[in-house]
Design a protein around this ligand. Structure first.
Ligand code: SF4
Ligand code: SF4
Length: 386
């Protein structure tokens, strides 16, 4: 495939430092088969990746995972990113963020921290993460404020915590959050595996939207609340990643370069590894980063659609998961002949106007369950849990 003639540089580099994480969220966006991924990049590898990304033109640098605090070279990497001129962001569950580490990260030049909660109640937070971390997260939130960082909270929403949206906002206000991201579950990775267990009803989503609107009117600029409507409940897809190979460059723990978080699960993509090519080469010339750039790859109905410059045909991973073809229109789109699959998933969440019971237990993101998913473990491990 010929590369697109002029390709703007990536805006941000997402360094997925590790798939290790002490939490076990059933909506985790990591690949379900992460247990098969070995050989994390070394500190020297990451330093090279950051230098090359900055030389390419990237300005934002996110450290995520898994839990990036599992890496004991995080402080060194943050310092290097800062000296290179990146705006650095730590995306964390808070587990491992002690006062000592925070002080070192601050000195190293860390600009921004995003702290995730699973719910406003200890019971649900600890159930969903499969850990006792609720009180610890609250302490970490206070530490973040004490170190004079803006408090940026994130909470993934689904059928279990959508009715708590008011309490989640109250908690964010109590903790002094300046920014709260209420991100409805997107169904990739572990969330797709648990879609029936997580899918809300339309009424739940509408009610939560109204609660958010009421709070916004009441609290003004005290805390900015972002409510990301689940794309299943819209009739147009989101402009995934701001366009394929347009602004986002992810690097996975083993060095695979990713045009989107879930690209590892797309068949037929020859994903490049940073061990085999420079980032510039990967960004400009690799098959994977050019596969869905521009609109030359599009089929009907996207090809002739006036909206293709706005949403780029939606999400390639969703197209593959639901249409079996990564180049199809995202089935979320009302113009897709497969929209009925989305509607069926929404309808299945409801029985006689109430949440439908779900037959299968939640599959938590655990090493044992990941080994099963990647063919490395037996089905028996799946029921043993963590
Ligand atoms: S979503 Fe949960 S399990 Fe996945 S990396 Fe984040 S904290 Fe860990
Ligand atoms: S047909 Fe394709 S380009 Fe048009 S709105 Fe739907 S997904 Fe977007």
């Amino acid at each position: 495939m010929e590369p697109i003639a002029t390709v703007a540089p990536p805006y941000w580099l997402l360094a997925e430092l590790t798939y290790r994480c002490p939490l076990h969220c059933p909506f985790c966006y990591n690949p379900v088969g992460y247990a098969a991924v070995r050989d994390e990049l070394t500190t020297a590898d990451w330093l090279r990746v950051m230098r090359e990304a900055r030389a390419l033109g990237a300005v934002q640098l996110g450290f995520s995972g898994g839990e990036p605090l599992q890496r004991d070279d995080l402080e060194e990497l943050v310092g290097a990113g800062h000296r290179l001129g990146f705006y650095t962001n730590l995306i964390t569950s808070g587990v491992g963020l002690t006062a000592g580490r925070l002080a070192t990260l601050k000195t190293a030049g860390l600009d921004h921290i995003q702290l995730s909660f699973q719910d406003s109640t200890r019971e649900l937070n600890d159930f969903l993460s499969s850990t006792r971390t609720f009180e610890l997260k609250k302490k970490v939130a206070a530490l973040i404020k004490a170190f004079d960082y803006p408090m940026v909270m994130n909470c993934v929403l689904h059928r279990h915590n959508l009715p708590h949206v008011d309490r989640i906002i109250d908690m964010a206000l109590e903790l002094g959050a300046e920014y709260l991201e209420l991100a409805n579950t997107q169904y990739y990775g572990w969330a797709m595996k648990n879609r029936a267990q997580l899918m809300p009803t339309r009424d739940q989503v509408r009610a939560a939207e109204q609660v958010v609107a009421d709070y916004r009117a009441r609290i003004g600029k005290r805390c900015r609340i972002l409510f990301v409507v689940p794309d299943y409940f819209e009739d147009r897809p989101k402009a995934c990643m701001g366009g394929w190979g347009a602004v986002f460059l992810g690097v996975a723990p083993d060095g695979l370069a990713l045009p989107c978080h879930n690209a590892r699960d797309l068949p037929g993509l020859d994903l490049p590894n940073i061990h085999e090519a420079s980032l510039a080469d990967i960004w400009h010339h690799s098959h994977a980063f050019n596969a869905f750039r521009g609109d030359g790859w599009m089929q009907a109905p996207c090809r002739g659609c006036p909206e293709k410059t706005r949403d780029f045909g939606g999400c390639r991973c969703q197209a593959f998961m639901l249409a079996g073809d990564a180049a199809a229109a995202d089935p979320v789109c009302a113009k897709s002949p497969l929209r009925y699959k989305i509607d069926a998933a929404i309808v299945s969440a409801t029985t006689a106007g109430r949440l439908a019971p779900v037959e299968h237990p939640i599959v938590f993101r655990t090493d044992a369950n990941s080994r099963v998913a990647s063919g490395l473990g037996s089905a028996a491990q799946n029921t043993l849990g963590r």
